[in-house]
Design a protein around this ligand. Sequence first.
Ligand SMILES: Nc1ncnc2c1ncn2[C@@H]1O[C@H](COP(=O)(O)OP(=O)(O)O)[C@@H](O)[C@H]1O
Ligand SMILES: [Mg+2]
Length: 629
Amino acid sequence: MPEKPVAPEPPAPDSPDDHDGPDGPAGPDGRDAPEAHDRSAVRTLLRLWPYVRPVRARLFTAAFVAVVASCLSLVIPLVLKWLVDGPVADRDPGGVWLGALYLLLLGIAEAVLFGYRRWLVARPLSGVEARMRADLYGRLQRLPIAFHDRWASGQLLSRGTTDLMLVRMFLAFPLTFLLVNAVTILAGYVLLLAQDWSLGLVLITPVIPLVIVCSVFEGRYGAVARRAQDQVGDLTTVVEESVLGIRIVKGFGRHRSQATAFRELSGRLRGTELVKARLLATIWAVITFVPELAIGAALVLGTVQVADGDLSAGTLVAFLSTALALRWPVESIGFLLAMSQEAATATERYFEVMDAEEEPDAAPDAGDTRATAAGGPGGHGGVLFEGVSFRYPDAPADAPAVLDGIDLHIRPGETLALVGGTGSGKTTLTALVPRLHEASGGRILLDGEDIALMERDRLRSLVSMAFEEPTLFSASVGENVLMGADGAAGEPELRRALGVAQADGFVERLPEGAGTQVGEQGLSLSGGQRQRLALARAVVGRPRFLVLDDPLSALDVHTEARVEAALREVLRDTTALVVAHRPSTVMLADRVALLSRGRIAAVGTHHELLRSSEEYAWLMSGEGEGGPR
Ligand SMILES: Nc1ncnc2c1ncn2[C@@H]1O[C@H](COP(=O)(O)OP(=O)(O)O)[C@@H](O)[C@H]1O
Ligand SMILES: [Mg+2]
C-alpha cells in the first residue's frame, strides 16, 4: 500500500488482479459525498443540537452573561457624556474623579463577566467534543468492511480530530458571539438614534452593503473551507501511509516520491489556505473600512452641528464613543462567520460518517420462511453454502461476480481445505462466514441457522478467524491472543492456544514472556511469529467454527508440520474452513474444495482431486502463477 502515493484528484482505480496482500483498495479519498452546493450552514449546524442539548443551560447562561458584559461597554459612552456635559463643563475635579471611578468599575465588571463566561463554557464543551468523538469511534467500529474499503483512513482520522476541534471552537465562540454582537449592535443603534437620530441614520447606511457582502462571502468561504478540510484528510492519509509503510518506503528507496506526493498535497492545501486568507482579508477590509467611512462622515456632520450650537459636545463625544464601541462587534462578524462556515463544513464531514449505513443486523429481505428451512435437528449441521454469490459493492457493473453460485457443505467437525488460484475469491468466501461482507445472493447456514438472521455478536462469538495478514495491536502478547476469547479466558487457555500455534517457545524467550508489549502492528516480531499469535487468537476461545485464511503461509515447513499436528487436536471438535496453498496444509483437511471462476469446481480428498482435477494438480505442483494448460 505505501508504495503508491495517495491518488491525486481522480482516484486511480486499484488494479483488480491481486488482492492477496494487505493492500485493500485505497479507495477514493472519501469525497464521494454529495457535492455540497445546496447546503445551508444553519441547517447543518442544527444537527449538533442533540449533542449540545445536555449543556444548553450552561450555554444559554454563558450567552446571557456575555450579552450583559457586552452591553456594559455601551454604558461607558453614557458616563462619558455625563462627564463632559457635567463635571468637565463645570470644572469640577471631584466629579471628574468620580466619573473616572465609574469607568474603571465598568471596565472591571466587563472583564470579570467575560472571564466568567469562558469558565462557564470550557468544561461542558470539551464534554461535547469528547462525546462526539466517542460516537464517531463507535460508529467506525460498527461500519461494514465495505465502508472502510472505500474510505481513506486519513479522511476518517481528520474528521475525528481537526473537524471536531473546529466544532468545539464554534460552540465556544462564534455561536455565542454572533448572538452577543447582534444584540450589542442593536442596542448600540438604539442608543445612537436616541442621542441624535440624523447622525444615527448616517451610521446605519453601511448595514445594507455589509449584509450583501457578508452573504456572498459566506457562500464562497464555505466552499473553500470544505476543500481545505478534505485536503487535510488527504494529507493525513499520505503521512499515515508513509509512517505505516516506512519499511517499504525505505526498502524501495521511495522516500523521494513519497516526499513529492506529500509536498504536492501540502502545496495544494497551502494554495487553498491562501484563498481562504484572501477571502478573509477582503471581508475584513470591507467590514472595517465601510463603517469607518460612516463614522468619519458622522464626525464631520456632528462637529458642524456642535459648532452651530445644535448639539452638545457631550452628546457628540457619547455618540462617537458608542460608535467606536460598536466597531469590534461589527468587525468581528467577518471571522465569526468564517469560523461558523468552517464548523458547518466540519459538521457536514462528521455526519457523512455518522450517516453511513451500518451493518444491518438481520438482512432486510430475510423473511421467516428462511429461518429454519434446512435447519433443526436432523437437518444439515456444520456449514452450508447454498447458491451463495457475491460481488463487491464498488466493483464495476459489468465485472463478473467474484463468487457465483457457491454450493458447499462442511460437515460438523470436519475440516475442509479451500484451494484456488490467486484472486479466485478464497479470502472473499471466508469473509462471508462471519459476515464481514454480506452475501449478495444465496444463504449460509451454521448448524442449520441462517447467518443473515443471527445477531452479529452471537455469530462472531461462534466463528473465529485468522487472516493471512496477521494484525496485532499495541498491547501485550497475552492481551493480543486473549482478544479471541470472551472475558472468562485466562492463563490456562492462553497457554494452550500458544501451544497449539507453536508460539509458546518464542513467547517464553521474549523479555517479559506473554506480558511483553508488541509494537504497533506487532512489527517487533517476525512475520511467522505474528501469524502464530494470530492463529493462537483464533483458537483460544475454542470456537465452534474456525475460518483460517492461509494462516500458515509465513511458517517454515517444520514449524508448519508441528502447528498442523497440534491443530488437528483442536480441529477435532471444530468445524473448520481452511484456505491453503501447500500440499502440507491441505493434508490437514478431511476434504478439499477447489474454487475456480467463482464456483466450487470440485470437492474430494486431496488424492481424489489430484487424480480428477488438472487445475488442482497444477496448483499443488507448486509451479507458480499462470494456469494449467
Ligand atoms: N475490497 C475489494 N473490493 C473490490 N474487489 C475486491 C476486494 N477484495 C478483493 N477483490 C477482488 O475480488 C477477487 C477475489 O479476491 P480474493 O478473495 O482476495 O482472492 P484470493 O483470496 O482467492 O486470492 C479479486 O479479483 C480481487 O481483485
Ligand atoms: Mg486471499
